[in-house]
Each structure stands twice: as structure tokens, then as C-alpha cells.
Design a protein around this ligand. Structure first.
Ligand SMILES: Cc1cc2nc3c(=O)[nH]c(=O)nc-3n(C[C@H](O)[C@H](O)[C@H](O)COP(=O)(O)OP(=O)(O)OC[C@H]3O[C@@H](n4cnc5c(N)ncnc54)[C@H](O)[C@@H]3O)c2cc1C
Length: 357
């Protein structure tokens, strides 16, 4: 029997696993996908790694990320903002503003992409401790342990951490069944950015910078709603990325012409050189069922308020939510993933002195 089974190998699950393993706990991490990282995902080219999930951190107000980045010896750099901003209004008219609005506080990126955090945390774990392509289906509670079942395997542990969005936890089968109110609550918690999609366009040069543009743009007609420079420092190529303004339903309906629509919009905003990127990558998180459910397809107007949830008896402290959406402390963000992992480690008494952040 293990001390702890962690279900989910995103930032939260890996942070908890790394800290628990350092503290000497007998742990195992079960991840549904064939890769680690969850919503953290990068696109690799010869020049480096571009973020297709989270890209920005704010270490000035995020102490756990600040500590993890420092301990791992990772480097950060500010989101490129210098230069003019393009704006496309609802009629399709385009205006150029002298300066980008600038993000406050400034957003920082990590050299090597956010996946560098995943690399650092997973490096502290052994191959035996990580099981990929292991979607968990069922949790059964016994007197002093929990039995965790996948399609073909079974594991037992004193504690189980669900390091995943509450909506995905609600899809698991629990024996005994969860109280209806708890089940309904889990389903009601939106997964941050789960309905979003990102487009990444890679070019030979950052031609927009040559004409005084920052690469930032806002659009009221889409397909992209917000665009930024995604170039890697010192790389011999340049890139733009954008969040889609089109909903998951609009994206699905126009799937065949989505790439053309993105390139056409980039050309409207940044000139004809933007029409033909060397590579265009579209990552639609809404179509990924290890992140998103159909409930996440309704657009979120603002950042939800997240809060921790104590499970009632008999589940008590045997099963704990550990994903970013289970903390009030930067819930939904990368910092929230570390905060949630810390909270679970404390609950099951994993010694603080082993913490990586
Ligand atoms: C497009 C996008 C942009 C974002 N931008 C930012 C940003 O700039 N800054 C920021 O701070 N945050 C941002 N976020 C949010 C950030 O990505 C998340 O807060 C963070 O990655 C959550 O980590 P997590 O480990 O809690 O959850 P996840 O990363 O979702 O990990 C959950 C893991 O559980 C696994 N899993 C699910 N069900 C099962 C099952 N049944 N069995 C086994 N495994 C299972 C999944 O495969 C996944 O690996 C962004 C997210 C997206 C999608």
C-alpha cells in the first residue's frame, strides 16, 4: 500500500509528488495522458519552446513560483510590449495606437517555456513513481485506505490527491457514491481557460518590430481576440500568439478554414508579411477531454472565485482535491497549482522542510 496516490500529472500533481517524494513518502502518480504537464504544454522548434498553454507568471506577487524558479535556476524575461498596438473594431476598421497598453504588473515568461517547471519537478521523481497513459476511473473507500482503479490496474494508498480540475474529478466513479451536493459543487467549478484556444504563428523575422509595432493587438471580430509577441530571446526566428475570441462552437463549425482565417487576420493587422508564417500551430483546449468538459465551453466573463473544499465523512481526509481550481490563493493559475499542492501536503503532514517552494 502506498502512502499517497496522486491522480494527475499537471503542475499541481507534480509539485505534490516532488515534495512528498523528497519527504520520503511512498507515492505514485497516475496520469491519463501519455505526457506530463496537463495544461502546461510547449511547441518545440530548433530555436526553443513556445508555450501553447500558460505563458505568463507574476513572481512579484506569486511567492511559490518565485521560489521554484529561483531554486531551479531558471531565467525569466518580460513579455515584449515595446511598440505600437493594433486594434480591430466590430466593423473591421483597424486603428494603430502609439503604445501597447502594457500589462500591470508586467507578465514574465520563463526561458525554455513553462514546461521548464515540469522538467524540474519530474526530474526529482523515479520512473517507478510516474505512470503515464493511466486514466483513473474509480475510487473505492475502505476502512483505512482507498482503492484506485484504472481500466487494467489497481492501486491502494492511505491518501489520494485528485490533482485535476474539479469538473474532471466529478466524472470519476466513487464507492460509496459522493453526496449529491458535493457532486453538483464539483461540476459547478469552471476550469480556468479550459474553453480557450491559442494560435502560434512562427516567422523568419519579427517584421512587425521593424515597423514599430509591439506585436500586440486587440480585435472585436476575431478569430483572435488578443495577440502578443511570442518571440524567444536571441532566437533566429520570431513569433506571434493569440487567444481566440471565437467560441469553441464557432471554432468547431469553422475548423477547416480556421488556420486561413487566423493568417488573414494577422495580415490585416500586421501587413502582408504576416499572411504566410513558417508554421502555424493551433491548440484548442476545449476539444481536449483531459482538460475541458462541455460545461467549460460557455465563455467566462471574469476570473472565477475558487475556494478549498473539505470532503464530508466518510471520505474525509482520505481523498483531497489538489488541482489549481481548489484553492483561493491564485486559484486557476500556476501559482494556485503550487498553493493547492502545498495545502494537501500540509493536510497529510508532509514535512515542510522538504518543500521545493
Ligand atoms: C491556454 C491557457 C493559458 C493559460 N495561461 C496562464 C498563464 O499565463 N498564467 C497562469 O498562471 N496560468 C495560466 N493558465 C492556467 C494554468 O495552465 C493552470 O492553472 C495550471 O496549469 C493548472 O495545473 P493543475 O495541475 O492544477 O491542472 P492540469 O494542468 O489541468 O492537470 C491535471 C492533470 O490531470 C490529468 N487527469 C485528468 N483526469 C484524469 C484521470 N481520470 N486520471 C488520470 N489523470 C487525469 C490531466 O491529464 C492533467 O495532466 C492557462 C491555461 C490555459 C489552458
Amino acid at each position: 500500500m502506498h502512502d499517497l496516490i496522486i491522480i494527475g500529472g499537471g503542475l499541481a500533481g507534480l509539485a505534490l509528488a516532488a515534495n512528498a517524494a523528497r519527504a520520503g513518502a511512498d507515492i505514485i502518480l497516475l496520469e491519463a495522458r501519455d505526457r506530463l504537464g496537463g495544461r502546461v504544454l510547449t511547441h518545440q522548434t530548433g530555436a526553443g519552446r513556445y508555450d501553447l498553454g500558460p505563458a505568463w507568471i507574476w513572481p512579484g506577487m506569486q511567492p511559490r513560483l518565485r521560489a521554484l524558479v529561483a531554486q531551479a535556476g531558471l531565467h525569466t524575461y518580460p513579455q515584449h510590449e515595446a511598440g505600437g498596438l493594433m486594434f480591430e473594431d466590430a466593423s473591421g476598421a483597424i486603428q494603430r495606437f502609439a503604445r501597447s497598453f502594457g500589462q500591470e504588473p508586467p507578465s514574465l515568461r520563463i526561458t525554455g517555456g513553462i514546461s521548464a517547471l515540469i522538467d524540474v519537478l519530474s526530474a526529482g521523481l523515479t520512473a517507478d513513481q510516474i505512470k503515464l497513459s493511466m486514466p483513473v476511473e474509480r475510487l473505492s473507500l475502505a476502512a483505512d485506505h482507498v482503492r484506485v482503479r484504472t481500466e487494467s490496474s489497481e492501486f491502494t494508498a492511505r491518501h489520494v490527491a485528485l490533482a485535476m480540475p474539479p469538473r474532471l474529478a466529478a466524472a470519476l466513479t466513487f464507492e460509496p457514491a459522493l453526496p449529491r451536493a458535493l457532486q453538483a459543487h464539483l461540476q459547478s467549478v469552471p476550469t480556468w481557460m479550459a474553453g480557450q484556444a491559442k494560435a502560434l504563428a512562427i516567422y523568419r523575422t519579427g517584421f512587425w518590430r521593424d515597423i514599430g509595432l509591439s506585436g500586440s493587438a486587440m480585435s472585436q471580430i476575431g478569430p483572435l481576440g488578443e495577440i502578443h509577441d511570442a518571440s524567444l530571446p536571441g532566437a533566429d526566428e520570431a513569433a506571434l500568439f493569440g487567444f481566440f475570441a471565437w467560441s469553441p462552437a464557432q471554432r468547431a463549425a469553422q475548423q477547416d478554414m480556421l488556420a486561413d482565417a487566423v493568417c488573414a487576420q494577422l495580415a490585416r493587422l500586421f501587413g502582408p508579411s504576416a499572411a504566410l508564417p513558417e508554421a502555424l500551430v493551433i491548440r484548442d483546449w476545449a476539444t481536449d477531454h483531459w482538460t475541458s468538459t462541455s460545461l467549460d465551453h460557455a465563455p467566462l466573463r471574469e476570473h472565477p472565485t475558487y475556494r478549498p473544499l473539505d470532503w464530508p465523512r466518510p471520505w474525509g481526509d482520505r481523498v483531497l482535491l489538489a488541482g489549481s481550481e481548489s484553492t483561493a490563493d491564485f486559484g486557476g493559475y500556476l501559482e494556485g497549482a503550487l498553493a493547492a499542492a502545498t495545502a494537501v501536503a500540509e493536510k497529510i503532514s508532509i514535512n515542510r522542510e522538504f518543500s521545493l517552494f
